[in-house]
Design a protein around this ligand. Sequence first.
Ligand SMILES: Nc1ncnc2c1ncn2[C@@H]1O[C@H](COP(=O)(O)OP(=O)(O)OP(=O)(O)O)[C@@H](O)[C@H]1O
Length: 439
Amino acid sequence: MSRPSVPSRVLPELVSFLETLAEPHILCDREYRVIAANAAYRANFSTGRSVVGRACYEVSHHYSVPCDQAGETCPLARSLKSGQRERVLHLHHTPRGEEYVNIELSPVRDGEGAIAWFIEKMEPMHVARGLSDHRGLVGRAPAFQSMLELVARAAPSDASILLQGESGTGKELVANAIHEASRRAERPFVAVDCSGLPETLFESEVFGHERGAFTGASARKPGLIEAASGGTLFLDEVGDIPLGMQVKLLRLLETGTYRRVGSTELRKADIRLVSATHRPLKDMVEQGQFRQDLYYRINTFPIRVPPLRDRITDLPMLVASLLERVAPKRQLSVTPAAMRVLAQYSFPGNVRELRNVLERASLMCDGESIGVEHLAEELSQEPLHAVIGVGARPLDLAGMERKALQALVEAHRGSRRELARKLGVSERTLYRKLKALEA
Ligand SMILES: Nc1ncnc2c1ncn2[C@@H]1O[C@H](COP(=O)(O)OP(=O)(O)OP(=O)(O)O)[C@@H](O)[C@H]1O
């Protein structure tokens, strides 16, 4: 393929300019070939073998074709089409394993105005991992990656973010990741649980109060806005904020100022707001339960946090990561059969429920291998093939039934009657089958 004509003297200057930059940068041509990599890139991403002359998709992804042909977004292809700078979040192979990397790709034009080269800036996103890790957000399913891309885009700005997602999906962890990836990362992250806080308490907690402002206010107390100064204020369950308080919050967001309870002094707030809710805020606005003006203020940048069932391919990685968190001193793992049971379960309580299930299983399990028998009974109300295992060594029909029944009985914690109902057989039939098991 022919390369557009570029004045040859541009290139060495461009390369030596990149060399001076503190962030990892590479220079590519239109055919995805790496022309140069700066010192910061070599220090962060080099695996020993030079990347110059190799294709970017081969270096970063170990692909044999460009990313867009491998089902991913390719910033280079996007930039060629749009003619402007493009940003994407990719999972890259690095000397530390696969890492999320923020890529900013800028086209460089030749004397005739045609795109000739691309400068790629790469910034590792440390708040999330595509591998099992004992802390932070883990995941690599498409739904998770799309969410993370929005996090990477919005985090550096001061825009108010609204996280919407079911309970236990990790909204607080995402809020924390936004803070960590922002320029406020060195300052505090302060979380407020707005559910169940009566109006007066909410006001004095968030805005602070003067001594004697109300009965029991024996000392002056700074509010959480002050505690979060320079950092991020996270309002969890924002849909639960009483209507009276919503006005005060709106005023704070509109003017950037507030007053402590019992004080006339106007104070300046320096916070970035991240809110979260599992409630349908838009419907609440229509029903008059949430102020529309406040809704627009807190929802400058909405991010949906996906439920676990929409990212079930992340299950093995989440299991490994959560086991490290719930039992750091043990080397726990889950048997393939138990993993199948988990994968069939719908997890209405999402990652938090998975964590609880694993914590309980770790207590039930004396060894290092968590089996079906260590899982709570409700998880086993699943199709029998999940318990028996598809592709397992051939069994006769009676043998399969025996095995499935055995697993269910061991995992079941309720009455025989409930178990019979679950299996769709009469209590007498179940009794007969259990007798046969004992035989
Ligand atoms: N992607 C993830 N990787 C690792 N752990 C996760 C992930 N998502 C959630 N968790 C874990 O799941 C639990 C619940 O997360 P979190 O409290 O952030 O959920 P939430 O959506 O804020 O819940 P709620 O709506 O009930 O407040 C935590 O223990 C958290 O560490």
